[in-house]
Design a protein around this ligand. Structure first.
Ligand SMILES: Nc1ncnc2c1ncn2[C@@H]1O[C@H](COP(=O)(O)OP(=O)(O)OP(=O)(O)O)[C@@H](O)[C@H]1O
Length: 231
């Protein structure tokens, strides 16, 4: 569960995020749309405990992030736009290393299965990351997030750079996780994907959440029109 109440972030008089109130239930997928600079990353960074809000509150599974960030982070898996990994380690080795940092000791077979589930072709598992495309690196990032088995997943434009097939597979993974009870917040510029994968969609403009709608109630075309009218 992700909740924010009147969440605000100011930078020297500039309001990057203005009184954002969100309630994302267990198992729900919420997509945040908005032009560059709308406040999507700021929201995610506050939820991660990376930056402190100026006012308002953010909670993960009922626990306020402020003052409890070490604890709340344990419940969160995070996939940024560009996943940072070790170029000289293979996909398997990166996954093993990062999942062990999160306290998980997984066998080789389990690691391979996670990479396969994330859509990384098997012949790449043993190759060094420096030989991977952006989409392939992103899939290792997805596998690392899956390994953590977190109840909350935060995604900041995770599909930019993925080809349509990989993006589609990624949507399927998100739906599976959601069906298993994972709460998902995804910032994205991909209106079509948002419409396809989300239960609810929010459109942000200049730090404000200006529209909030059920994905089922709107077609991709209508969502695009609304987005263009809004931002
Ligand atoms: N450290 C900072 N100091 C000053 N302003 C900042 C800082 N971080 C973010 N901002 C500003 O806050 C606003 C919101 O930025 P944010 O990164 O949340 O937008 P976004 O919706 O994620 O955009 P994008 O789609 O480009 O990733 C922007 O105007 C940005 O310039």
């Amino acid at each position: 569960m992700i909740t924010t109440k009147d969440l605000t972030k100011n930078y020297n008089g500039f309001t990057a995020l203005n009184k954002l109130t969100l309630n994302i239930d267990e198992g729900e997928i919420f997509c945040l749309l908005g032009a560059n600079g709308a406040g999507k990353t700021t929201t995610i960074n506050i939820l991660l405990g990376f930056i402190a809000p100026s006012s308002g509150e953010a909670s993960i599974n009922g626990l306020p992030v402020t003052g409890n960030a070490t604890e709340t982070k344990k419940h969160i898996a995070y996939i940024p736009e560009t996943v940072t990994l070790y170029p000289n380690l293979t996909g398997l080795e990166n996954l093993k290393f990062f999942s062990s940092l999160a306290g998980h000791k997984l066998h080789r077979d389990e690691l391979s299965q996670l990479l396969i589930k994330s859509g990384l072709q098997e012949n790449a598992h043993q190759k060094p990351l420096r030989s991977y495309s952006k989409g392939m690196r992103q899939k290792v990032g997805i596998a690392i997030a899956l390994a953590k088995n977190a109840k909350v997943l935060l995604l900041d434009e995770p599909i930019s750079g993925l080809d349509p097939k990989a993006a589609n597979e990624f949507s399927e993974i998100l739906k599976e996780l959601s069906a298993g009870g994972t709460t998902i917040l995804m910032a994205t510029h991909d209106i079509f994907r948002a419409r396809e994968v989300a239960h609810r969609i929010g459109i942000m403009k200049e730090g404000n959440l200006v529209s909030e709608l059920e994905a089922m109630d709107i077609s991709a075309n209508e969502l695009e029109q609304l987005y263009l009218k809004t931002v």
